[in-house]
Ligand binder design. Structure first.
Ligand SMILES: [Zn+2]
Ligand SMILES: [Zn+2]
Ligand SMILES: [Zn+2]
Length: 181
């Protein structure tokens, strides 16, 4: 399963895809102490891996930290760039495998339309969230709504379609950017 996905990353890592989504860089003043977000994400990953008997290798940890470097989805290209100078055995296939691991265990999500990755805000819980992606600052906020997922699953099943997985990506303008407009 992991190796099937790698091909897609290799072919389609286009920085311009992300640039076309982001009209301007994120605003400088953070609305919260983001170091706590990173610490919490790493602690949650450690706990989850320990509970499931999975190895949380230094590379997996580092990739998770980098994906969590902000609330903006991070492209594989940027991750490869960042890891190039770090001595973690980080050849591209290894990094793609680390990304696959983090996705498979619900620690990060893949934002298809940006070909990028973002940390999961409630790892380890079964959830079918959706993302509100701001076209101004690029932040991707994850919301949970079983109602939305249930509606789609029900419509799909009326068409004889069994829904297995879904990631809803909604684009628009976030509250912060609307305030500063
Ligand atoms: Zn944060
Ligand atoms: Zn999530
Ligand atoms: Zn915004």
């Amino acid at each position: 399963m992991a190796s099937k996905r790698n091909g897609a990353y290799n072919q389609a890592v286009y920085a311009w895809q992300i640039e076309t989504v982001l009209k301007k860089p994120a605003k400088a003043p953070p609305t919260h102490d983001h170091s706590h977000c990173i610490e919490d994400a790493v602690a949650a990953a450690e706990k989850l891996c320990a509970a499931k008997g999975l190895r949380f290798t230094p590379l997996r940890r580092r990739v998770l930290e980098l994906v969590w470097s902000s609330h903006k989805p991070v492209g594989a290209y940027a991750l490869l760039d960042e890891l190039r100078n770090e001595d973690l055995g980080s050849a591209p296939p290894t990094i793609y495998r680390a990304l696959d691991f983090l996705i498979e265990h619900g620690l990060i999500h893949r934002i298809e339309r940006m070909n990028a990755f973002v940390g999961c805000s409630h790892p380890g819980e079964a959830h079918r969230g959706f993302f509100l992606i701001c076209g101004e600052c690029g932040n991707a906020e994850e919301l949970e709504s079983d109602g939305v997922a249930d509606t789609i699953t029900a419509s799909a099943s009326r068409h004889g379609f069994v829904a297995r997985d879904m990631t809803l990506e909604v684009t628009g303008t976030c509250a912060d950017c609307r305030r500063s407009a």
